[in-house]
Ligand binder design. Structure first.
Ligand code: ZN
Length: 196
């Protein structure tokens, strides 16, 4: 259901021009230049569920490299089973292809596990700008993780009026990574990106 709101990055909306496809050149300078272009292209890809965030803002894009003349990107899923992962992979490959890099490989790295702490300052600002409450500090786990059946208590404030007088209305929002809150002062309902 969530993938129905997919956005095509604006930079992919342009005429196809097959003449500009490039082989990664052998010389080091040109490889560095190609790597810069590949990084810039990968950095333009946005999250399908939260299109105000790039994969860089989200901390999902871990690495962009050129191996044997081929671009290899590494991503870490926000959490296992995130339905957006396949779309992220496709979007990365399409954006890189548009930048002239055919057949880019997208690798998935599961260790270390993604944490909401990897969302950049820029990303947190973008979330706030879109009326979404950014995650607080993620819990640190060492050893066994106790299962809690009660909703997690969070100290957060209304994205509209800033009041801390808010209540959790649902632990799951339009996407599994968000909870729904409502402000008890201005009555604004808003989403909160959960801490993991
Ligand atoms: Zn409010």
């Amino acid at each position: 259901m969530v993938t129905a709101t997919l956005q095509t990055p604006a930079s992919t909306v342009r005429g196809d021009n097959d003449d500009h496809r490039t082989q990664v050149p052998a010389s080091e300078n040109r490889t560095a230049e190609a790597l810069d272009r590949a990084r810039a292209a990968a950095a333009r890809v946005t999250d399908p569920e939260m299109p105000m965030l790039t994969l860089v803002d989200l901390g999902v894009l871990r690495d962009v490299a050129i191996e044997d003349g081929r671009v290899v990107t590494t991503i870490t899923p926000t959490y296992s089973g995130c339905p957006a992962m396949a779309t992220m992979r496709d979007d990365l490959q399409r954006e890189l292809q548009d930048a002239g890099f055919e057949g880019a490989e997208v690798r998935v790295s599961l260790t270390p596990a993604w944490t909401s702490d990897w969302i950049t300052e820029e990303g947190r600002k973008a979330l706030k700008g879109a009326g979404i409450s950014p995650p607080g500090q993620a819990p640190r786990h060492t050893g066994p993780v106790a299962l809690t059946l009660m909703p997690t208590k969070r100290a957060l404030s209304c994205t509209l009026c800033g009041s801390a007088n808010v209540k959790l209305s649902s632990e799951f929002g339009p996407t599994a990574c968000k909870a729904m809150y409502q402000c008890l002062d201005c009555l604004e309902p808003f989403e909160h990106v959960k801490e993991i």
